[in-house]
Design a protein around this ligand. Structure first.
Ligand code: ATP
Ligand code: MG
Ligand code: MG
Ligand code: MG
Length: 481
């Protein structure tokens, strides 16, 4: 059968439809839920049903949900499997079937429908979930060596600090079965990939952390479409699947590099663009416009990251007069072209998306240019004072950090420009500033997380802190995986 992303999605939905699940549309990336900034999983639109606050419309449903996980932004391109934007395929039971059926169907889907060899599949279960262990072993026939018991962090799923939750069981694919059964680490990205998580949703986690049993037992699952595509298309990472690679190709064309022969840095940068452009387009399409607060800040940060990454790749705009030197819109056009099977509304919103992107990119480029002027000035000063003191010209870590943090200057670019003028950079000082900021944003993260949980419209009010630095995007985003 075809292993295109589109057909993998369709086969999942059809598989569960033929087992009495109603196919429902993806909900917006902006959840109808004040405690979460962005949609991080397929279950979010069903949360009121799980909690018994809304009546179920159907006993079983299946979806392909657009998701954003800003907490994975650091992983983008560095692991083979994480994106900020991805599609989560899910099957749901609202007080209908439970563990046994969920496990049986997940196995059947994986081995029969998608044809994965059983001997390559590994299972994780929550440490004290003997029931799930037994079903996998006795009823499905997975040997005990390939069923691992894991702790809360991996195998107890919660949608947030509070809310519906429960023990879960995951299916992993083994790329190197020849590595055998000793020293197995399911988190080893070079050997395994987690692709399907089955959550046995039976508790509500309360403010005080206690677990209250839900009235009914539910099933909530998530299978990463890009991950399944990566397995079935036999490519080394999610980025090289048909869901993302065309975007990378467009970016590499603009950068005049070839992905196949690019060095590791360039490959990483191309992956970052491939990832971020999808997140940006789908966020704007769902009404999230760049700003300095809440969700708008997430999209602004992603855009800035994409711009600076493009510059690192040497992209200088795409030469089209209508774009005035911007390049994000032409990559976004590719994302929009690929969007029709994921979200039929994106195409109709294309003009607005492209306009917004162009404006935001050009605005950021101006900031970058102001930074260039500042850098020029600082380099001249460093040279002068070195001459006066007879010392080696050096730019302070503080200045390098200011350029990075406020003007969006990657330190690699600052270093390069400085070196051209014979000035070195106090990298030690830079690292110290960076570390200080990390600590601060970590503290901010905790505050934001707690307050958003307790204040229904705080997500909209999250303070106007300009630029916490590129690497602390998650400080602004109240999500947990
Ligand atoms: P991982 O351990 O790989 O970070 P996870 O345990 O955080 O994944 P879950 O919360 O269980 O992921 O989400 C369900 C499924 O969604 C995962 O099994 C995976 O297939 C997919 N998924 C989760 N996070 C991402 C991501 N950042 N990018 C792409 N797919 C993802
Ligand atoms: Mg996991
Ligand atoms: Mg998981
Ligand atoms: Mg994760």
């Amino acid at each position: 059968f075809s292993v295109s992303g589109d057909s993998i999605r369709q086969r999942f939905l059809d598989f569960y439809a033929s087992r009495s699940h109603k196919i429902l549309p993806s909900s917006s990336l902006v959840p109808d839920d004040p405690t979460v900034l962005l949609t991080i999983a397929g279950m979010l639109q069903f949360k009121p049903i799980f909690l018994g606050k809304a009546p179920r419309q159907v006993p079983r449903a299946t979806t392909s949900q657009k998701c954003i996980r800003t907490n994975d932004v650091e992983n983008v391109g560095r692991t083979s499997r994480h994106h900020t934007f991805f599609e989560m395929l899910g099957n749901f039971s609202f007080g209908d079937y439970f563990k046994k059926e969920a496990i049986k169907w997940a196995w059947e889907l994986s081995t029969k429908e998608y044809g994965l060899p059983a001997r390559r599949l590994w299972i994780s279960v929550y440490e004290d979930d003997d029931e799930a262990f037994e079903i996998w072993n006795k009823e499905i026939g997975v040997p005990v060596e390939r069923i691992l018991r894991m702790g809360e962090e991996d195998n107890f799923w919660t949608s947030g600090v509070t809310g519906p939750c429960g023990p879960c069981s995951e299916i992993y694919y083994d790329f190197c079965p020849e590595r055998g059964y000793s020293d197995v680490d399911l988190g080893d990205d070079t050997r395994f990939i987690e692709f399907y998580n089955l959550v046995f949703m039976q508790y509500n986690k309360k403010d005080d952390g206690s677990l209250e049993p839900l009235k009914q037992k539910n099933i909530d699952t998530g299978l990463g479409l890009e991950r399944m595509a990566r397995i079935l298309q036999k490519v080394p990472n999610n980025y090289e699947t048909d869901l993302i690679y065309p975007i990378i190709e467009k970016a590499s064309e603009l950068a005049n590099v070839s992905y196949a022969t690019a060095d590791d840095d360039a490959k990483l940068n191309l992956k970052i663009i491939g990832d971020h452009m999808r997140a940006i387009v789908y966020l704007i399409s769902d009404g999230v416009f760049p700003s300095n607060i809440g969700r708008g800040y997430v999209v602004r940060r992603l855009i800035r990251r994409a711009v600076r990454t493009g510059r690192l790749l040497g992209i200088k705009g795409d030469g089209r007069g209508d774009l005035e030197g911007a390049f994000l819109p032409s990559i976004a056009e590719k994302v929009i072209e690929l969007s029709t099977h994921i979200d039929s509304e994106v195409k109709g919103k294309a003009p607005r998306i492209l306009e917004e992107l162009k404006r935001e990119e050009l605005r950021f480029v101006q900031t970058l240019e102001r930074g260039e002027k500042l850098l020029d000035q600082m380099l001249a000063e460093a040279l002068l004072s070195a001459q006066e003191n007879g010392s080696v010209p050096c730019l302070s870590g503080k200045v390098a950090f200011l350029l990075y943090d406020t003007y969006g200057f990657p330190v690699e670019i600052t270093t390069e420009v400085a070196e051209e003028r014979g000035v070195s950079i106090d990298m030690n000082g830079f690292d110290i500033e960076m570390e200080n900021q990390r600590r601060q944003s970590q503290a901010a993260h905790n505050v934001v997380k707690l307050s958003v949980e307790n204040d229904s419209d705080l997500a909209e009010k999250i303070t106007d802190t300009e630029f916490l630095g590129y690497d602390s995007l998650s400080a602004k985003a109240v999500v947990e995986s």
